[in-house]
Every structure is written in structure tokens, then in C-alpha cells.
Design a protein around this ligand. Sequence first.
Ligand code: MG
Length: 338
Amino acid sequence: MLVRLDGGGVTAWGECVAGSDPYYGPETVDTAWHVTETFLAPLVLGIEFGHPREVFPALRRVRGHHMAKAALEMAAWDLHARQAGRPLAGVLGGTRTRVAAGVSVGIQDSLEQLVDRVGAEVAEGYQRVKIKVKPGWDLNAAAAVRQRFPDVPLMVDANAAYRLDEAEHLAGFDRFGLMMIEQPLDHDDIRDHAALQQRIATPVCLDESIQSVRLGRDAIDAGACRVINIKPGRVGGHGESLRLHDLCASRGVPVWHGGMLESGIGRAHNLHLSSLPNFTLPGDVAASRRYYEPDLIDPPIDVAPDGTIPVPQGLGIGVHVVDERVERATIRRQEIRT
Ligand code: MG
């Protein structure tokens, strides 16, 4: 679901990262559509905001639905930046002009296929490789990749596939020199992750569990993670991402930018956010053509041979949204006016 905001003579874009199913988080495209149309839009339309930071608090009455809120809120940041005549990174407080790109490789049919796939990504220049793991496809997968690529910066993402009583098995990852293991335990857990982190040397990174800035604080306090993955859709937009970024920086916890199945519009937002100083680890900000052909933006977002992506320099998100492509991809539309 895309959100287009028109105001003050400019057009701005946001993208909702909810998928068609509720398997990453509870939201779906349909729930986001419903909540946006019925509850969120009336809270922001025609209201004067001095700054886009005020948008998320204005939606406070609606509980949860962070992905739907983020789509609106991030479009408001784009609108603000365009009205101010600045790139989005500038108004967010970004400091870098290029962002280090990592890539995420899903479960494959065979270990040979996995190693080949990782080889292809390394050849593209990606600065870090992440492999998805699950019971039965974990230590063997890491071993296969490590054998062929002993030095590649490597991490694993379990997407909540394990339980604390498997801690000893998970400690088996320690011998592979991984940058981190992402979300090994349940999607809403903090306490068991703290217990796990005590028993493994590999740094734990939390993704699904960090559904708000407060939960980020709780996780750091509990020792449940040493790294945090920031996804603005998960926490409610750029404003909350900035607060989480700053909290992590003050606690010495590095962050990186996670990825959903964004088109170039969502990816552009992610690049701008990733330009902030505490995004010190390569993010899942891979080339947009991996998922969309053609992308909704032109030119598409591409990774340079050195594994970096430039932060767009134009106004707002700084990418050209091709109206005809959006039109062609549209299956449903709702215009909401004041
Ligand atoms: Mg993840």
C-alpha cells in the first residue's frame, strides 16, 4: 500500500511495509488499508502540523498498527522535506552520503545452492551477507558458507524459529565468527533473549521484538541484545526510528536498517534514515530490482561495486516516482480529502 500526500503544492510518498499475510507481524495490507481509511486519516487530514515529529503522537489514540501509521508518517516527512526544499536525510539529521549495503539470502533447496547464491551476492559487492536459518538449516548452512567464504562478514537471521531450551544448539554458531544472530527466539520475547545472550558469545540482534522505543529500552536494560535492527514500519515511522536510534547511540548499541519487501519508494526512505550516524552496520538496503521489475521509481536504486548505495540528493526522498508504473500496478485506490 502506497500513501500519496498532496499539500502545500508538493506531492509526497510513503509506503506501507505490511504484506498480504500476517506472518512477520500482525498487520496485513488489508488491515492497514482499513485502519488508515477509517481511523488514521481523519486524525491528520486538514490538521496543521509544525513538524512531522508531531504526526506519530497525533495517532496515539489508535493502538498498534505501526506499519499503517508509518506509511502516513513517513509520507509526512517527505512532504515536510520537499516543502523545505531539502533532501529527507537533511531533515532527519543524516550525516553520511553513502550507505553500506548488505544482502539477505533465504533458505535454499540445497547447501550447494546456498553457497552459489552467497558467491553471487559477494561478487555484486555486498558488504555483509545474512542467511536465514531454521531448525535443520542452521549450523550446517553457516558451516557451508564459512568453508567457502572464511572472511565474509556473515550473520544469521532465525525469525523467531527457536526456543530457549535450544540455547546449547544455538551456541554452536559461536565457532563461525558471526557478526550477530538475529531474532533467535519468539517475536514478542525479551526475557528469554537475555537468558540466551548469557549463554552464547555471538551477539544477539533483535528485530521482531523491538516493536516500540520503550521495548528497545527494556531489551537493552535486560541485556537481551547487543545490536538492534531498526525498521521504521515496525516502530511507527521515522520519528520513532530517530528516537530508537538515539537511545541505542546513548547506550552504545549499534543499529542497522532492516528491510521488508519495499519498492523503490520505501527503499529511498530507508536510505535516508540509514544515513544517521549510529547506523554503523551494513543494512538490508539491497537493490530495489531484487523484488520489483520494473521498479516504481526511475532510475532504480542500485548498489555500487564497492557495496554502497548513494543517499539520493534530490528533494524529499529524492527519487522519481513513475506515475504510469504506479498506475499500472494499482488494483485499488482511495482518495481521502478534508
Ligand atoms: Mg529479521
